[in-house]
Ligand binder design. Structure first.
Ligand SMILES: [Zn+2]
Length: 311
């Protein structure tokens, strides 16, 4: 049996993958269409993206199931395919590693709405949707479940509880922070700071505390968030910043931080004690390859035992 993800990253920093959404667009997915349905209709294209991440050196790959909950899929007329889409997502991610070993992280993004009394969805509906998705991912063999791009403690809690109910071997809670207007700090859109988020994750029984995406959260800001997590919890920390700020170029959203620019933040992040490092929107296999080289160099410099090909 594979060693549990949250245990292995306590002794050795692992490398995650890069963006899926922006890569799907490059592969031909049209804006507004259902990228998760590609797990069934275009599995080769999804596999191609994830294989490039595996080849670039990722130790962990996120399933292409960000919007794979019943509530999200319903917007694309795919609500009857929850189990199939999520199962296929795990199988494709596993296949991307080929013969080498690696961790498949079952990805669960926000349900995409607001709960009562602010919105139309009941807590029970959201809980049910998360549980259904988490169960499909765990049953298909995901090594972990990640509840990501979260902004509220209510939804984060429902996600973690759903992963727990599904029997996930490892649960990751990941928040999306935005740098405040005056630039002095960062918090989620719903006003949650890293300390409160970490407290909530610890209380709910998550195994890894994480942050991803967000606004203005470059490698340095993400490192600050990592340190704030480390100050309040002993749990391992996962970090996935975007490749810079989104910019609108000829009606298309682009992220233009190059691998060379982003990789400059890798060593400071390692020195700050990151346990799992990947990247979010706009990052590419080239970013991950640069991360891999920097991480390996760091490990050699530290004299750490390191095996490049196997986890
Ligand atoms: Zn992102």
């Amino acid at each position: 049996m594979r060693e549990l993800l949250h245990n292995v990253i306590r002794t050795r920093t692992l490398l995650g993958d890069g963006a899926m959404g922006t890569q799907l667009m490059i592969a031909g997915l049209e804006q507004g269409n259902c990228g998760e349905a590609w797990n069934l209709t275009e599995p080769e294209r999804v596999l191609g993206i994830q294989r490039r991440y595996a080849e670039a050196g990722s130790d962990c790959i996120l399933t292409n199931t960000f919007g794979g909950s019943r509530i999200m899929l319903n917007r694309h007329g795919q609500r009857d395919n929850v189990t199939e889409i999520n199962r296929a997502g795990v199988e494709i991610a596993r296949g991307a590693f080929g013969t080498r070993d690696g961790y498949v992280i079952g990805d669960i993004g926000p349900f995409g709405g607001l709960m009562e009394p602010y919105g139309d969805f009941t807590e029970a509906q959201v809980r049910e949707a998360f549980e259904e998705q988490a169960r499909a991912l765990v049953d298909a063999g995901a090594d972990a479940i990640m509840i990501e791009t979260q902004t509220s403690l209510e939804e984060l809690t429902l996600g973690i509880q759903a992963a727990k109910a599904a029997g996930a071997p490892c649960i990751i809670g990941s928040m999306a922070y935005d740098v405040t207007r005056d630039g002095s700090t960062f918090r989620t859109m719903m006003g949650i700071d890293p300390e409160r988020a970490a407290d909530c994750m610890v209380e709910e029984g998550a195994h890894i505390v994480a942050l991803n995406c967000g606004t203005g959260m470059d490698m340095e800001r993400a490192r600050q968030a990592l340190l704030r997590y480390k100050a309040v919890t002993d749990l391992p920390v996962m970090v996935q910043p975007n490749a810079g700020q989104p910019k609108l170029v000829s009606m298309k959203v682009v992220y233009d931080e190059t691998p060379e620019q982003m990789v400059g933040g890798v060593v400071p992040m390692l020195e700050a004690g990151v346990n799992l490092l990947g990247a979010c929107c706009g990052s590419t296999p080239d970013h991950i390859r640069a991360f891999r080289a920097a991480m390996d160099e760091f490990a050699v410099a530290k004299g750490a035992r390191y095996e490049n090909q196997t986890v």
